[in-house]
Design a protein around this ligand. Sequence first.
Ligand code: ZN
Length: 236
Amino acid sequence: MTDQLSRRQCFLGAATALVASTFPVSADARWTQNKPAQQDSTRPRTPQEALAKLKEGNKAFLADKAREITRSAAKLAESQSPYCAILSCSDSRVPPELLFGGGLGDIFVVRNAGNVLSTAALGSLEYAVWQLNVPLIVVLGHQNCGAVSGALRVATSGDDFPGVIGNMLEPILPAAIAHRSSNNALESATKFHVTRMVGALRTRTDPLLQEPQRAGRLLVTGAYYEIADKPVQFWD
Ligand SMILES: [Zn+2]
């Protein structure tokens, strides 16, 4: 017992030392380093302004205008102040910065296959709201999504996937099961999956996301991108 205890203490001591060497500042100092730049008067402040800027950026993308790099790299090195956060699929055809005409420092992007609200994704979005004050979160689904297609295969034929891909698809299964018999099952399931992820973010009980939504300082919405030259469809 004593041996076990001392081994555990030894392990905890080593882990604490590792954390201290990785983050050589106090916890409080860590969380104050990335305060958004207050001087940026062009950054949208409200959810509505942020949404309008995203739509404008998507129009510019469709019009094939060059991307605008809005701030100098030197200024960005000090802090970031993105005007929105996007949870999107890792699919190579759906890069949010290109789709919405964003420059460096404009969009806080969280990506994984199937735009799933994993712990890492949720924590990243909470950080964007809590520390960077983003007024808008968009969950972005897209046409011919391989992850949703995989979930539909599980839902219709019980297909198995190697590695941890099957586990990764689990959060998409409710949407796949609900729409597996629809005419356009892939598109319907993808849109419903986006709506479910938006719903999960809107109804989070943690004050980090709940309070700014209640106060009207944060909008969480969904969007769908058809990979032809068509505008991104927004839920709001
Ligand atoms: Zn996808």
